[in-house]
Design a protein around this ligand. Structure first.
Ligand SMILES: O=C[C@H](O)[C@H](O)[C@H](O)COP(=O)(O)O
Length: 236
């Protein structure tokens, strides 16, 4: 089975969690995009929901799918957020931000009573860190911030290269919030909570891609005999 087929299976299961009248956080990335597409089918069939997109890309996709949208300011308490992830560990701790949407994703997840993560089985890890950790920083003082981030990484037992994420044109990738992303290739993160605390203490760091204590459940689609097999973690 291809990763795309597994992602679709996880997204399809997640659509079943949506109930009439819900206020939804709509995640970002290829898996969340499949959820938006499938949710749009249910909306066109009569389901009444309202969504808060976590990126401009998701806003465009949700509008195209016919999903009514609002802002987090108008609906600051969401019932359910469905989002993808780059990694998930057994404690439902996540690395997110591979698509650069981590800041809005984290704000929306924190404003939701439930956050259910949809992933293919390849995203499951015992220890976070194989996926480079995205760290969103303001462009001003980039070199000083990068040095301080490197010190924060070392102070929590992490080591590895830090690189400014580049776009297809070779220029720094700019997030929806107008910030840059540092990707930290750490291999493993021994203490994600300590690293999270150290990173938010660095002036210039806006947010990091460690989602700790936010996911309430996960839907994992694994390949089993050529068919997707759904495994749920937590409350999903
Ligand atoms: O910034 C992007 C998000 O955190 C995505 O949810 C994450 O990168 C997973 O994306 P995908 O479903 O495309 O693997």
């Amino acid at each position: 089975m291809s990763p795309a087929e597994l992602k679709r299976a996880a997204a399809a299961r997640a659509v079943g969690l949506v109930e009439d009248g819900m206020r939804l956080g709509l995640g970002t990335g290829s898996t969340a995009a499949l959820f938006v597409e499938l949710l749009g089918e249910r909306v066109r069939a009569g389901l009444s929901v309202v969504g808060v997109p976590t990126s401009e890309a998701t806003r465009v996709a949700a509008e195209a799918a016919g999903i009514p949208l609002t802002t987090l300011d108008a609906a600051p308490d969401l019932d359910l957020t469905i989002d993808g992830a780059d990694e998930i560990d057994p404690q439902l701790r996540l690395i997110k931000g591979g698509g650069g949407a981590l800041l809005r994703e984290k704000i929306v997840a924190a404003a939701s009573r439930r956050m259910v993560v949809i992933v293919d089985g390849a995203k499951r890890v015992e220890t976070l860190g194989r996926f480079p950790l995205p760290i969103e920083v303001v462009p001003f003082g980039l070199v000083a911030t990068t040095l301080a981030v490197a010190a924060a990484l070392r102070s929590t037992g992490c080591a590895g290269p830090l690189a400014v994420r580049k776009g297809a044109d070779g220029a720094p990738f700019v997030t929806d919030g107008g910030h840059f992303i540092l990707d930290a290739g750490l291999s493993r993160i021994p203490d994600p909570e300590a690293l999270g605390r150290a990173l938010v203490a660095v002036p210039g760091v806006v947010e990091h891609g460690l989602f700790l204590g936010l996911a309430t459940g996960a839907i994992v689609a694994e390949a089993a005999d050529g068919q997707p097999r759904i495994v749920t973690l937590g409350a999903a």
